[in-house]
Structures are given as structure tokens and as C-alpha cells.
Design a protein around this ligand. Structure first.
Ligand SMILES: Cc1cc2nc3c(=O)[nH]c(=O)nc-3n(C[C@H](O)[C@H](O)[C@H](O)COP(=O)(O)OP(=O)(O)OC[C@H]3O[C@@H](n4cnc5c(N)ncnc54)[C@H](O)[C@@H]3O)c2cc1C
Length: 392
């Protein structure tokens, strides 16, 4: 019987297992993950888990895996892949043969080199990371957040909800500038300032100090800040070291075609770790909905049930900051020309133009205005048409 082994029991690994069964795959499905938890959801880690007493975010109950004949191997970190023998090795010394192997090992947070070893300095990727950070927060504490990407901005919002004093430091000119561009970044910055965040752009973290526990930070602009807790959100890197020597081609992640096939036969990759062919580039997409979209395509390709000519999904992601849900539909690039078509001081809608076409829409607290653009983005509508239709 055909055996599919999925390495990485996060969202993407789970979604592939689900989609294989939905596609009628009757062979063995093994879902092997380094963590000891059932697959769990990460978006709440920077939101509810920080600002409420929520402590678990499991995606499916244990019975789901029995009911769908998905063999879970938790606490099993893969250490090597032999694509000739078609076998994966695990940290406990065991090995497992496969017919098809799916790499879904996600990301690991980037650290800032050269900082002293101090407690109350956090990164955020796992449930343990989130609970450890939460334990260091209380009303009136002073938190430094390094990096105003999505995780940094969401942490700032969640910490403000707890009454924590927040300093948000970002070397770029605005929060989220490298994802959404500076025009929308400035709207996000305004939101955080209104909520009492001390936003400091154009500067980064130089160093930290303290006696065992962090107590002060020095920024690149020379300013010194007293802090009780530090959260570092400066991006993440794909978890691929275990593939070293396997022959699977790695670039910015595991390089794949538009169906998730890697350079090695019978080896596929999906989710945050995978750089799929999108148009003429290989791109990694670090967003929740992408895991489901890719799993459908990949499972369809493995089982031969997929439609290779199916139109590509319009990419989507969201980020919750205070009462404002920021949503992006389409492929957003920071170099696009941005048309802000609504801005009431808190809620906004912006159209992203690339080569005269509506490439994406980004909204804050404007779900309807974002979602109704799906067909227009998919159809490659001219930006002039959509902007004119707003002003009519
Ligand atoms: C704090 C946070 C908030 C987020 N919020 C949002 C949001 O609001 N909106 C949005 O669109 N997206 C959000 N995301 C992104 C979204 O959660 C990810 O896109 C999604 O988790 C990707 O799933 P994945 O399975 O590819 O990676 P992961 O969820 O990271 O899963 C990878 C799994 O592989 C395991 N693994 C790693 N190495 C090995 C190994 N050698 N052997 C076996 N297992 C291994 C890991 O332990 C992990 O369990 C957020 C992410 C984080 C961290």
C-alpha cells in the first residue's frame, strides 16, 4: 500500500493529511511532528493567548486522526532524508520508509546575534513561547517589541489590551513597510500611536542589559530605555537543516514547482517552509490560508484528482490589531502604487496597482470592501476602472 509521510505536524501538514483523505487516498498517511502537541493553530498565539487566559489552540481533537486513519507520530523530529532509500530518520534513531514524502516543517524565529543571555527576552512561534511571554506581562510593565511586522504589531495590540506600556521599534520608515508599503504602513502606525504605543521607526535594537533579567535596552539611535520584557519579531527562517545532504534543492525555503514538487522525486513541500513557483518567481507565503490552498493542489497532484488548469486562488491573509482586522486580498508588494480610497482616521481601504492592474486590496476594519474585490483581482481588472467606480 502507498505510504505518504508528512514531516511537520503544524497547520500545513495537517491540511495535506486532510486533503489526501478528502481526495479519496486510501493508503497510509503518517503525520510526524517534532512538537508533542496535537497540531495547533498559531494565529491566536499573538492574540488571544497573550491577552486572555486561553492556553490551547488545538486544530483537531485526537479522535479526528483515528477516524481518518492518520497515524500521528508526535515528539518525532526528523533529522535526515535519504531520497535514494526513500527513508526519513528521526531523532530517536528510528527510520521510516515512504512512497511520497511531504516537507511541512515551517519556520523558526530569527534571533538577533550578539545580545547577552537574559531572561524575559522572547521570540514567538510556539505555544510554549506564547505562554512564557504571557507570564512576563502585567499592567504597568514596560515592554520593548523589536520589529513592527505582523507579529510585532499584533503583540503591541495584545499587550496594550493588558495595560502594558509598549515601545515598538522598527528600522523601516513605518510598521509593516516591507509587506504593505509605507503608505498603508503609516495608517497602521497611526493606529498604534492612538492606542498609546510609543512607535520608534528608523531605528533598531543595539543591545540589551540586565542582571540575569533584562532591565534596559539601547537603540541604534543611542537612546536608552528601561524595560521589563522584550519581544523580538524580526522574521523567521525556513526549517530545512534536516534536509542537508538529501539533494533536495533549497533556496529561500524548499524550492518547488507550482504543485509542491521539489527537485527530488517523490518529495514535496508545502506551507511556510516551501517556495512554490508563482508566475516567474519562487515565493514563500507565510500565511494561514495558503496552507489550505497549497494542500488542496498538492493532494490533487499526488492522487491525480486535481485539476491542473484550475484557476489560482486569490491569496488572502489577515491580522488582528485592536478592534481593527487588517485584511489583504491578492498579491501585495511594497513597491506597488497604492491608492487609498477610504480613510476615516481608523478604518481604511487601499488598492494596490501593478502595471496598471488591480493587484491587491488591503483594508483595515473594512471586510466588505476587501472581499468584494476578489473577482476583480482574479480577472486582472484595470486600476483606472476600479478607482473610477469608487468615485462615481
Ligand atoms: C504568532 C503567529 C501569528 C500568526 N498570525 C497569523 C494571522 O493572523 N494571519 C495569517 O494569515 N497567518 C498568521 N500566522 C501564520 C500562520 O500561522 C502560518 O502560515 C502557519 O502556521 C504555517 O503552517 P506550517 O504548517 O507551514 O508551519 P508551522 O505551523 O510552523 O508548522 C511546522 C511544524 O513542523 C514542525 N517541525 C519543524 N522541524 C521539524 C522536524 N525536523 N521534524 C518534524 N517536525 C518538525 C514544527 O515543530 C511545527 O510544529 C501567524 C503565525 C504566528 C507564529
Amino acid at each position: 500500500m502507498t505510504r505518504v509521510v508528512i514531516v511537520g505536524a503544524g497547520l500545513s501538514g495537517l491540511r495535506v493529511a486532510e486533503e489526501l483523505r478528502k481526495a479519496g487516498f486510501e493508503g497510509d498517511v503518517v503525520l510526524a511532528g517534532a512538537e508533542t502537541h496535537l497540531p495547533y493553530d498559531r494565529p491566536p498565539l499573538s492574540k488571544d493567548v497573550i491577552r486572555t487566559d486561553k492556553t490551547e489552540t488545538t486544530l483537531r481533537p485526537a479522535e479526528f486522526f483515528d477516524d481518518n486513519a492518520i497515524e500521528l507520530r508526535l515528539g518525532s523530529a526528523a533529522t535526515a532524508l535519504d531520497t535514494t532509500a526513500k527513508s526519513v530518520s528521526f531523532a530517536d534513531g528510528s527510520q521510516l520508509g515512504y512512497d511520497e514524502l511531504i516537507v511541512a516543517t515551517g519556520l523558526t524565529p530569527r534571533r538577533i546575534g550578539g545580545l547577552p543571555e537574559l531572561s524575559s527576552v522572547h521570540v514567538l512561534r510556539s505555544i510554549e513561547d506564547a505562554l512564557a511571554l504571557r507570564a512576563d506581562l502585567a499592567p504597568g510593565k514596560r515592554a520593548l517589541i523589536v520589529g513592527a511586522g505582523f507579529i510585532g504589531c499584533e503583540l503591541a495590540a495584545s499587550m496594550r489590551a493588558l495595560g502594558v506600556e509598549v515601545i515598538l521599534v522598527e528600522p523601516q520608515p513605518t510598521p509593516l513597510a516591507s509587506v504593505l508599503g509605507e503608505t498603508v504602513g503609516a495608517l497602521v502606525e497611526r493606529l498604534h500611536r492612538e492606542e498609546g504605543v510609543d512607535v520608534r521607526t528608523g531605528t533598531g535594537l543595539r543591545t540589551l542589559s540586565g542582571d540575569g533579567v533584562v532591565s534596559a535596552a539601547t537603540l541604534d539611535d543611542g537612546s536608552e530605555i528601561e524595560v521589563d520584557v522584550v519581544a523580538i519579531g524580526v522574521g523567521s527562517t525556513p526549517v530545512t537543516a534536516w534536509l542537508d545532504g538529501s539533494g533536495v534543492e533549497i533556496g529561500n525555503g524548499v524550492l518547488c514547482d507550482g504543485f509542491g514538487r521539489t527537485s527530488a522525486p517523490h518529495v514535496w513541500a508545502t506551507g511556510d517552509v516551501a517556495a512554490w513557483q508563482i508566475g516567474d518567481a519562487r515565493k514563500r507565503v507565510e500565511h494561514w490560508s495558503n496552507a489550505g490552498d497549497q494542500a488542496k493542489i498538492l493532494a490533487g497532484a499526488i492522487t491525480g484528482t486535481g485539476d491542473p488548469d484550475a484557476p489560482a486562488q486569490v491569496p488572502y491573509f489577515w491580522s488582528d490589531q485592536y478592534d481593527v482586522k487588517i485584511q489583504a486580498l491578492g498579491t501585495v508588494s511594497p513597491t506597488d502604487t497604492v491608492h487609498v480610497i477610504k480613510d476615516d482616521g481608523r478604518k481604511f481601504v487601499a488598492y494596490y496597482e501593478r502595471e496598471g492592474i488591480l493587484a491587491a486590496v488591503v483594508g483595515g476594519g473594512s471586510a466588505g470592501a476587501v472581499m468584494k474585490m476578489r473577482a476583480k483581482i482574479a480577472a486582472g481588472t484595470s486600476i483606472t476602472d476600479v478607482v473610477e467606480s469608487v468615485s462615481e
